[in-house]
Design a protein around this ligand. Structure first.
Ligand code: COA
Length: 333
């Protein structure tokens, strides 16, 4: 819990989704699957996919432009840029460096953070510490993934689940009591083998063999991930809400990572909150990995689902395993 005189708060949000849609019906023509199976097992109807030549920096820069349209922020004022992603444009330099250049944030230092589906929450918590230190005043946090670059569109177990997208938030010192109040982040690396991309790193650099073996695509043991995700996300959301004396009545909005509607429903049930207090957009975008929560936050603002002082729980589970929850009092009127 907070014991610092400075409170960090989200003061601006933005998102970008590519315009190209890949529907369940499109996937029916690519693999042995069907719309009914995908919708009933996952809640997904369609997902967005970048065009060739577009990647995580492209989507992030556009998400920032979307933020700038609605909020008055000059790139020169930004102190830090954190980019949560597992699909950087390239291994190095970081995608954050490319974004820093493209948005002309001349005074910012920038780095990527790899936390898979929990990447945005890990990055938001990191940004909170930067703000609470008193040294930094404006931190941009991106959550972005170009999952189409690592998905095997001949594997029905995984290709139905993912999409591309980016979201961004600006974190600043709060001018009132609203802001990021509490967080709990977890890792259990023994789960690494259940959800991973085997090759392309230092252990298995790219070779003809790794390409032939399809080791540059994401692999997952879906049933095991599902089991851990249901428990992980529900437990941590409940832990953070109980610790802050929140109840189903006082939680105004639950924004979970969008991996599977059934996982979201279990977590919401555990919190005892009704559907109208749960933000769900997995039907439109599928799992955009680090992108889901900042995209959902932006949609919550666009749809006027949030008002100043609202109690919001963000929650995630992903590869690693990594998981977490953040409690914030919404700071934008
Ligand atoms: N279309 C049709 N059938 C499919 C299919 C598809 N796209 N994908 C798998 N199947 C088949 C399986 O092969 C299996 O067939 P079998 O019984 O003959 O072997 C059957 O459907 C049931 O598979 P199962 O794994 O039991 O389905 P499920 O209800 O667990 O749903 C997932 C599968 C992947 C949707 C689910 O396990 C899941 O969401 N896992 C977590 C994924 C996730 O969140 N990943 C990211 C982490 S953040």
């Amino acid at each position: 819990m907070k014991n610092n005189s400075i409170t960090a708060s989200i003061t601006a949000v933005g998102k970008f989704l590519p315009s190209k849609k890949l529907t369940n019906f499109d996937l029916e023509k690519m693999v042995d699957t069907n719309d009914e199976w995908i919708r009933s097992r996952t809640g997904i109807e369609e997902r967005r996919i970048v065009e060739k030549g577009q990647a995580s920096s492209y989507m992030s820069v556009n998400a920032f432009k979307n933020l700038q349209k609605n909020y008055n922020i000059n790139s020169d004022e930004i102190d830090v840029i954190i980019v949560a992603t597992v699909t950087p444009d390239m291994l190095f330099p970081s995608t954050a460096c490319i974004i820093q250049d493209q948005i002309s944030a001349k005074n910012a230092f920038a780095f990527d953070l790899s936390g898979a589906c929990s990447g945005f929450l890990f990055a938001l918590d990191t940004a909170t510490r930067f703000i609470e230190s008193g040294k930094y005043k404006k931190v941009l946090v991106f959550g972005v993934d170009t999952m189409s670059s690592v998905v095997d569109y001949t594997d029905r177990n995984t290709c139905i689940l993912f999409g591309d997208g980016a979201g961004v938030v600006l974190v600043e010192p709060s001018k009132d009591e609203n802001g990021i109040i509490d967080s709990e982040l977890k890792t259990d690396g023994s789960g690494a083998k259940y959800l991973m991309m085997k090759a392309g790193g230092s252990l298995h650099p790219a070779t003809h063999e790794t390409v032939e073996n399809k080791e540059h695509f994401g692999y997952q043991d879906g049933a095991t991930v599902y089991k851990y995700a249901v428990k992980g996300m529900a437990d941590i959301s409940k832990e953070v809400s109980d610790r802050n004396n929140l109840t189903s009545q006082t939680i105004d909005l639950f924004i979970p990572h969008q991996a599977n509607k059934r996982i979201i429903d279990s977590a919401a049930k555990r919190l005892g909150i009704p559907n109208e207090k749960v933000l769900i957009n997995i039907n439109k975008y599928a799992n955009t990995t680090a992108g889901t929560i900042p995209i959902a936050l932006t949609e919550a603002v666009e749809q006027k689902m949030l008002k100043k002082g609202d109690n919001v729980i963000l929650s995630s589970f992903g590869a690693g395993f990594t998981w977490g929850a953040i409690y914030l009092k919404w700071g934008i009127s």
